[in-house]
Design a protein around this ligand. Sequence first.
Ligand SMILES: [Zn+2]
Length: 128
Amino acid sequence: MAAAQGTCRFCGQQILVEDGEGMTEPQRDECATLHCECDDAKVYQEAALRRDTAKRRVDELFGEGAGEHRQPDEVIREIKSAVDLICDKKAKNMTLTIRTGLKCRIMQMAKDKIKVVREMSDTDSFEQ
Ligand SMILES: [Zn+2]
């Protein structure tokens, strides 16, 4: 696939996107924005990176990397949408109770950092 020009959404600079020919225009522009060096693009890139990192953390804690704590895909999807809500600043923190004694907490920290926590307690082992 050949490279094609994309446009930074913030400064309008044209940037060559690798394999850009096979992408739609919004995809190319997204790619260009993720590689532009203007200030606004850098802020956007940091936010995108935080979102990616938080979602990778979800996979580590509840997805493929979680071993015995692995949850069904539907649950992972819900947790990741919660991450999106926090990243989009539509929520400050969210807690999903997966089952008694297993919770996922997603929080927005200082400097817009996102924290994903797997909370476990032994309380359920005392029931029944
Ligand atoms: Zn730019």
